[in-house]
Design a protein around this ligand. Structure first.
Ligand SMILES: [Ca+2]
Length: 189
């Protein structure tokens, strides 16, 4: 089941409903609530961290402080989620509603990102750990849901962009001073 992008009228209706005080923009919390309410029949809830990454990606450039979303930015976000949900479904080969190790490996390879199985396992484990989806006494999930898939793809894209920016000769390797490395870790860019 795919999620069609909303019409302009529908999108405006949702925006008005969640824009408390009719400010003309959605705060991070308002956008987070809207995201989970609208997608409740299709995907697991987005956690706060992934919602923040999405809001930051679609907030107007140069936004200082917490990201906010205008109506056009909300439309762009829904288009983005709709496209990614289709991609998610296309790589969910066994139609389980989740992405397994091999399905993730295929998806990343299709995006030009080739990673060893150990790293794929680690990323899946870390996603489930970060999002509190590992419960005490239960076997660790070895697959991820749609919000985790989105989060992981955003992380991979940021890492690939950062590496590409530093690999000016496109040799596939970079040399980093400690300070530059710390700058990347701390700034998250
Ligand atoms: Ca699957």
């Amino acid at each position: 089941m795919t999620y069609p992008p909303p019409s302009d009228a529908e999108s405006q209706q949702w925006f008005s409903r969640y824009d408390r005080g009719q400010k003309g923009h959605l705060t991070l919390d308002e956008m987070h609530n809207l995201l989970n309410d609208r997608g409740s029949s299709l995907w697991a809830p987005f956690d706060q961290d992934t919602a923040f990454k999405l809001a930051r990606s679609f907030a107007p450039p140069g936004t200082q402080g917490p990201p906010t979303l205008t109506p056009p930015a909300l439309n762009a976000l829904w288009q983005y989620l709709s496209q990614w949900h289709s991609i998610f479904l296309s790589f969910d080969a066994d139609r389980s509603g989740r992405i397994s190790h091999s399905e993730l490996q295929n998806a990343l390879a299709a995006f030009g990102i080739r990673l060893p199985p150990r790293l794929i396992h680690l990323m899946i484990h870390k996603q489930n750990l970060m999002q509190g989806k590992i419960q005490k006494g239960r076997r660790l999930p070895d697959d991820i849901d749609f919000p985790s898939f989105i989060d992981l793809c955003i992380t991979c894209k940021q890492a690939t962009d950062t590496f590409g920016r530093l690999d000016t000769s496109q040799s596939g390797s970079i040399q980093l001073y400690w300070e530059n490395y710390m700058d990347i870790i701390v700034s998250g860019r």
